[in-house]
Design a protein. Structure first.
Length: 223
């Protein structure tokens, strides 16, 4: 009887301790500070840098040389089309200087021309017989009495430089058009370091009866 009671007590104690052991084994282990991982946080910016946008915008622009030349009919039009705005002061300075040269010499030419026309009778076409002529000198804002020979010299002098002003305007148009055309070509020209270089076998048959084998180096500079 005593042995049976001891067995029953031992069995009941064993059943009471099993759930406690199972509960302890199911507990989560402690996390050390070094093993703690925080979630990664990323900041996303919705703004695109302006420099990247402008460079991409410039890279996408490919001017057409014919259009640049055509737009040069208007002073500075070709440079505006090529977006070379820093060249506009040079173009307008050339045209402005030529126009000022024409106006400055035209006024003085007409002053001498007026005096020269008084040396002839316009109705009969005969010399008027005058030996002295009054000419208004604009630089000094006064009248000078000159001979007919000096009047002719002054008239021819200012007319010649007035004509040079017209020639300068024509040259400015031509140079502006040429510059716009060349600049448009250069903007589309490939300036990268990647030049196509190939080594190819070469088969030639010169005047000799037997063909000749060799190596040929090929450079391709086309776009």
């Amino acid at each position: 009887m005593l042995i049976g009671c001891l067995a029953i007590c031992y069995g009941s104690n064993a059943q009471d301790t099993l759930p406690v052991t199972a509960i302890i084994r199911k507990e989560k282990p402690l996390i050390r500070p070094g093993q703690l991982k925080l979630p990664e946080v990323r900041l996303i910016s919705s703004q695109v840098p302006a420099a990247a946008d402008s460079s991409a915008f410039r890279a996408s622009f490919t001017p057409v040389p014919k259009k640049a030349t055509l737009y040069s009919i208007v002073p500075g039009g070709g440079q505006i089309y090529n977006r070379d705005y820093w060249k506009l002061p040079l173009v307008y300075a050339a045209f402005g200087g030529a126009m000022y040269m024409i106006r400055w010499n035209t006024l003085r030419y007409h002053d001498y021309l007026t005096a020269y026309l008084t040396s002839y009778n316009l109705d009969t076409g005969q010399p008027s017989g005058k030996t002295e002529y009054e000419v208004y000198v604009r630089g000094k804002k006064t009248y000078y009495t000159l001979s007919l020979d000096n009047v002719k010299r002054g008239k021819d002098f200012y007319r010649r430089y007035r004509d040079w002003g017209y020639a300068l305007i024509g040259a400015s148009f031509a140079l502006a058009a040429i510059e716009a055309n060349v600049a448009a070509h250069l903007k589309t020209f490939d300036i990268s370091d990647d030049l196509t270089f190939k080594i190819e076998p070469s088969f030639r048959q010169p005047l000799a009866p037997a063909p000749a084998l060799g190596v040929r180096l090929v450079f391709n500079f086309s776009r």
